[in-house]
Design a protein around this ligand. Sequence first.
Ligand code: NAD
Length: 506
Amino acid sequence: MQATIRDYESVLRDKTDVQKMYINGDWIESSSKKTREILNPANNEVIATVTQADSSEVDFAVQSAKAAFYKNGWNTTYARTRADLLLKVADKLEERKEEFAMLETLNNGKIYEDSMVDIEDAINQFQYYAGLATKPHGQTYEVPDEIQAMVVREPMGVAALIAPWNYPLVMATQKMSAALAAGCTVVVKPDKQTPLTLIRLFEVIDEVGFPKGVANLVLGTGSIIGDTLVNHPDVDKVSFTGSTDTGKHIMKNAADTVKNISLELGGKSPNIVFADADFDTAVDYALLGIFAGTGQICSAGSRLILESSLYEQFVEELIARAKKIKIGPGWDENTEMGPLISKDHMNRVLDYIRIGKAEGAELLCGGKQVVDGDLAQGNYVEPTIFSHTTPEMRIVQEEIFGPVLVIQVFDTEEEAIELANGTDYGLAAAVFTNDGAKAQRVIRKLQAGITWINTYHPTFNEAPWSGYKQSGFGGGDLGTYGFEEYLYKKQVNTALEVKPSGFYKG
Ligand code: NAD
């Protein structure tokens, strides 16, 4: 089929102009003049240059957010005022969604359709939390004394929001929209490789008229910005999405200030297929579970847990279809799987493939970098499937974060559950079966925060997203739980009759 190449150059700015951070209502370049070139993962060409903060700029962003919250009154703005601003952001994003989607594709590598889903999700997050801001949030209690007991919710203060590169915009907006709606002020930090859509989002933030200091964007490395934010005594809340290793580091850093943290971390999610499942559906979602987003999805179905009686037929079909997946740049309409984020990450994935072979797993398909024609310039790896694995193997236990599926085989329901729960992670899980009772029974025994029956991947802004075990903790992002993450609960007890207690007799 003839490839249809969408126009993509038009969304880029002059590559030599330094794109800035947004702090205290101004666009700011780092005083150190440090910059970073941003690469397109499809061909490793430079697409932008951005400034890189040092810790003094991070401190400036935190001080601005603190002043906006306490001195300039964002903490006592009417919820309706906050909601109006969030709705304006949603409207402006809607007007520019094609531009944002293409920019996300150029910066992250994901296929354009997936980028568009992300942008639409981001728009919906601003709408959802605008709606929630004005809904009742307090509670009153019936208590034994002559007391009116109630709980009011109050914004925590300055929230540091740290996002990963695999969903550069939408992981940040799910935190930002909830935090701003709750009445917090924010300092947002994208990954160093993928800042472009967030920089443009802050153009929108600027345009719609948020008071200065309410929303700030800092750009640079995790080691400088992340550590400064998490250690900062004036940061009241940290919401982090990223790897489990960085999450552990953040927990240690946060201990000194007993900081309120939420962690959304990595995964090694099981996808259990029973022999009585609908065959075509299960094969289709086994592919989508791992190869969507080139496997760079926290909840990717990276372990296929297959009933042994189905093995031969299922694996034959899986390999045949995996080999047909069309690999290419995300702006090409025919592409079904894009590149990995960087050369370094591609080499890490290829290392895992070498490890899998050395551990004795059988490579059924893929396993190599794609070097056909122009693709050689990008970070492409073939859809890869391993069988004959054992639970101890590193490729079974560790998050590879690439297009690599490992197959584990079971004979009984108990064995399937044991294999599924047999890693340190607990983010997502799926079960494919036509037996409704079995599906429910198994799902209830899986240690995972997000689960699916006879499907894989659908998620919604309305429902919370959070993991079990080393996949993170906190109430999770999204939904009403995501909103609660930015609110203290304050107990207010009022005497119904104003009189002394009578306890002291003298
Ligand atoms: P990462 O942990 O390397 O980086 C995530 C973010 O943390 C980046 O912005 C990075 O700059 C920052 N960071 C790095 N060092 C830091 C420090 N010392 N202090 C504070 N922040 C620091 O993760 P990544 O490679 O960007 O993203 C991939 C990982 O994210 C995978 O493990 C994936 O499973 C996970 N992830 C989880 C979810 C979820 O919802 N559970 C969603 C998306 C991605």
